[in-house]
Ligand binder design. Structure first.
Ligand SMILES: C[S@@+](CC[C@H](N)C(=O)[O-])C[C@H]1O[C@@H](n2cnc3c(N)ncnc32)[C@H](O)[C@@H]1O
Length: 280
């Protein structure tokens, strides 16, 4: 059962398809639920296998940019099915990792599928990324892989991350950011675009620009240490996501994802990896 306070229709579809044992959905989204990264997008072959490799590549790129190292205590906020933790678990030996998610159904799957390897420790807990259930200065790294746009407030999240990070702590995210023109367009047409997107994705705020991130970092005690625009390297994602949801019979998702593809192709919505260090 979906918890009453959460609405993410695309996850309802994924969870239903996974419970039916749908092989294509399992391969595309059984581990990571985010876009793919192709170093050379012209070589994307359009297959679900290729997409699964690309989603793993994206997640690795985010945590590499954040400088995860052995013995770190790491929080993955909005951890989905635990894909980033599963990947880190395979690459490191001594991490203490916690996955946090607002949706207990996703956490059930994460607990079933991700078991600690070597000397890693793994825990999955239910919670809201804007009210982190952790002590002050208790984490070395916080990741938020393609999920911050769902959170009630980017500012509350950054403040909470600042509180829980130790000196030397880092935050790594990937997010869709608007160009200033597209932000203005969305604000103007919010009455139309919001209901359209929420019917597929639930609560989403994509009205945030790179300058907004710089201002937010400064306001909340962070320094932007890394930024990479990987819009072009993510574009092969769209046809494959449309294919998977089309097979699942979810035509509204297909239409909405195709609309985001057009907006991204026009360069109005950018896909970025950002990492931040705390100002000491
Ligand atoms: C696009 S999925 C990304 C999942 C995962 N990070 C991944 O890359 O596979 C967005 C995730 O954000 C989670 N989420 C949304 N709002 C949240 C909140 N307020 N606190 C914690 N997690 C949240 C959703 O449940 C979902 O797992």
């Amino acid at each position: 059962m979906r918890p009453a306070n959460i609405s993410m229709p695309y996850f309802d579809i994924l969870l239903e398809q996974l419970s039916l044992g749908e092989a294509t959905v399992q391969q595309a989204f059984g581990r990571h639920v985010h876009w793919g990264y192709w170093a050379n997008p012209d070589q994307a072959d359009g297959s679900v296998e290729d997409f699964a490799i690309a989603t793993e590549n994206l997640c690795q790129r985010v945590y590499a940019a954040t400088g995860v190292k052995e013995h770190d205590r790491l929080l993955d906020a909005g951890c989905g099915f635990g894909g980033a933790i599963a990947s880190l678990n395979e690459q490191f030996q001594t991490l203490d990792m916690t996955g946090l998610n607002i949706d207990p159904r996703q956490l059930d799957r994460a607990r079933q599928t991700v078991q600690p390897l070597a000397n890693n420790q793994i825990e999955f807990i239910e919670g809201n990324a804007c009210q982190l259930p952790f002590a002050n200065q208790s984490m070395d790294v916080v990741l938020a892989v393609e999920c911050i746009f769902h959170f009630p407030s980017r500012e509350e999240f950054f403040r909470e991350v600042r509180r829980v990070l130790r000196p030397g702590g880092r935050l790594g995210i990937c997010d869709f950011v608007s160009t200033p023109v597209f932000k203005a367009f969305q604000q103007l047409l919010a009455t139309f675009t919001k209901p359209m997107l929420s019917g597929t994705f639930g609560r989403v705020n994509s009205c945030f620009t790179l300058s907004d991130y710089r201002a937010l970092a400064q306001k909340t005690g962070f320094r932007l240490t890394f930024q990479e625009d990987i819009t072009r390297q993510t574009l092969p994602t769209y046809p494959i996501v449309c294919h998977v949801f089309n097979q699942a019979g979810s035509l509204k998702v297909v239409r909405d994802v195709a609309a985001i593809e057009k907006i991204s192709q026009f360069g109005l919505l950018r896909y970025v990896i950002l990492s931040f260090a705390i100002e000491e």
